[in-house]
Structure formats: structure tokens, C-alpha cells
Write a new protein. Structure first.
Length: 114
């Protein structure tokens, strides 16, 4: 298990962004006070699905739906040769407690904080 390191995006003009190769279970520090963008790149030969799952997420009350479980995490499918991005605050219900990114072995991850 490794920690996904955030890059500070509040820098002048351009800057280097750290990229890490994911293992079966990695963690990240969710900060609801910042805009955090998690970018996943798949340079393997097949589809990979990573799941963002905070260990404190159980259920949330969704207007019009009632109680919705977030316990299984938020799945991000990344096709071979593709990249996807998710703004973590928009899936904040899945980011309660210690946030794990699982199932993404081999994906390249970047976390940018603004």
C-alpha cells in the first residue's frame, strides 16, 4: 500500500505533476476544503477498474431516492490507452475516513490540489 501524493496546483504558469503507479490498495488524503482532481491513466493492454472508497462511508440521503449506500465505493473504469479524471469533492460521500483506491494495479495516478 502506498500513499498517492498530491501536487499543489496553485503555482505560477506550469509545474511538474507527480505520477505514481498504483498497487492493489493505495491511499490518498481527501481535503474537502480544496479542489482535488484525481487523474488515472491506463497504459496497459486491458480495461482496469479502480474503486475510490473511504472507510467511513456508509449511506447518504439522496433527494428523491432516500438512503443510498456508498459503502462499496465509487468505481472508475479506465479503458486501455485512456485516462479519466474525477473531482473528489463531487464524490465526497465516497471519501469519508481513510480513502483507499483499490483494484487499479498498474494504473498511473496523479492527484492535483487547487
Amino acid at each position: 500500500m502506498a500513499a498517492i501524493t498530491a501536487t499543489n496546483g496553485n503555482q505560477a504558469a506550469h509545474y511538474a505533476v507527480a505520477e505514481q503507479t498504483l498497487t492493489a490498495d493505495d491511499t490518498l488524503a481527501f481535503n474537502s476544503a480544496k479542489k482535488q482532481l484525481l487523474i488515472l491513466r491506463n497504459d496497459t493492454g486491458g480495461l482496469l477498474t479502480a474503486t475510490v472508497d473511504g472507510d467511513g462511508g456508509t449511506t447518504v440521503n439522496a433527494p428523491g431516492l432516500g438512503a443510498v449506500s456508498v459503502a462499496a465505493g465509487y468505481a472508475l473504469a479506465v479503458a486501455a490507452g485512456a485516462r479519466v479524471a474525477v473531482e473528489l469533492s463531487k464524490i465526497g460521500a465516497y471519501c469519508k475516513g481513510v480513502v483507499h483506491v483499490t483494484g487499479g494495479t498498474g494504473l498511473k495516478a496523479q492527484l492535483i490540489e487547487l
